[in-house]
Design a binder for this molecule. Structure first.
Ligand SMILES: [Zn+2]
Length: 327
């Protein structure tokens, strides 16, 4: 069986043909023109989907869509877009089902990514897992007992706005000290710039390497920590301690057997994962068995596409919410 998968983000959008085993057979990736809004995007999507359907060795069984913004899943309606205008209240799955003559189902991209990693990536073999994208912000999705958990208003898994540090840095959501405002890649970069301004001598090697204070970002901190730079290592340990406290709470609350981290920060490899795993273990209630794993995402930039395919596959196999085509 072949599935059509769509990933709509603020920077790029992709359409792919994906096998039911998660293999990406054909993929088209293009930049998103934010100024073009919804109408521009629909024209692009329709053309690219048609092109891939023509290339497919057999007609795709269904189409799955991962959208970069909150989606009311039962109603299959976009609540809003974080990046591109004109999407609020739009029934994208209905539209695509009518245009392509294929059954369509859509979810937000964080949930879709979680489903992709669960079915085909780092979460394979687990029963309950969280998948977090840690980059500019912190997005998340939950798979519990093998099923996507969305909550009654489709807002479940928003781990990024869980309160973590009392009186911590201000968050984009209007609150303070949320996981996102402390643990995102942007937050780590900001914390490093603050430290470097306060103690320029201790941070001189990092400042030199980055090419100035404003150029210091999360990657500069992890790179310096990997080289053994004391101030950067101390900051990474503090970051992991906060993040680990949050993750320990999440794992304990839901009895997760796996947490998968994707996004730019997860590229730091063991410089991140070794101290982070130690911090999670330290903050975990002692009576809980250490039966959890914390792993980097395995599907790379394809995790939303693979998850969209899995969503479509599950939809064709069940009475789960989605839009049947007119055909
Ligand atoms: Zn927040």
């Amino acid at each position: 069986m072949i599935l059509l998968a769509v990933d709509i983000g603020g920077t790029n959008h992709s359409v792919a043909l994906v096998g039911e085993d998660g293999a990406v057979l054909e993929k088209e990736r293009r930049p998103t023109d934010r100024a073009g809004g919804r109408r521009w995007m629909l024209r692009q999507l329709e053309a690219t989907c048609r092109l891939l359907i023509e290339k497919a060795p057999e007609r795709p069984a269904a189409c799955g869509i991962g959208f970069g913004g909150p989606v009311d899943f039962p109603k299959q309606v976009i609540q809003r877009s974080m990046h591109v205008g004109g999407w609020s209240g739009f029934r994208l799955a209905h539209h695509m089902a009518a245009v392509l003559g294929l059954p369509c189902v859509m979810d937000n991209d964080a949930n879709t990514a979680a489903l992709g990693e669960y079915a085909y990536g780092a979460g394979r073999g687990s029963r309950s897992m969280a998948c977090l994208t840690v980059s500019t912000g912190v997005g998340g999705g939950l798979v519990l007992n093998g099923e996507m958990y969305r909550g009654p208003r489709s807002f479940a898994g928003e781990f990024g706005h869980t309160p973590l540090v009392p009186g911590g840095p201000p968050c984009a959501c209007g609150s303070r000290g949320c996981v996102e405002s402390v643990c995102s890649g942007d937050a780590l970069g900001k914390a490093a710039r603050l430290e470097a301004r306060r103690r320029p001598r201790a941070w001189s090697a990092v400042l030199r390497q980055a090419g100035g204070l404003r150029a210091i970002e999360a990657k500069s901190v992890f790179d310096a920590a990997r080289r053994g730079h004391p101030a950067a290592r101390a900051l990474v340990l503090r970051y992991c301690d906060d993040f680990g406290r949050g993750l320990a709470g999440l794992i304990a609350l839901l009895d997760l057997d796996c947490v998968v981290l994707g996004g730019g920060v997860s590229m730091a490899g063991n410089t991140l994962f070794a101290p982070l795993r130690r911090a999670i273990a330290r903050h975990m209630p002692p009576f809980l068995p250490r039966a959890w794993r914390c792993l980097p995402a395995a599907l790379g930039p394809n995790y939303v596409l693979c998850g969209a395919a899995q969503l479509a596959l599950r939809y064709t196999a069940s009475a789960e919410c989605g839009v049947r085509s007119a055909e």
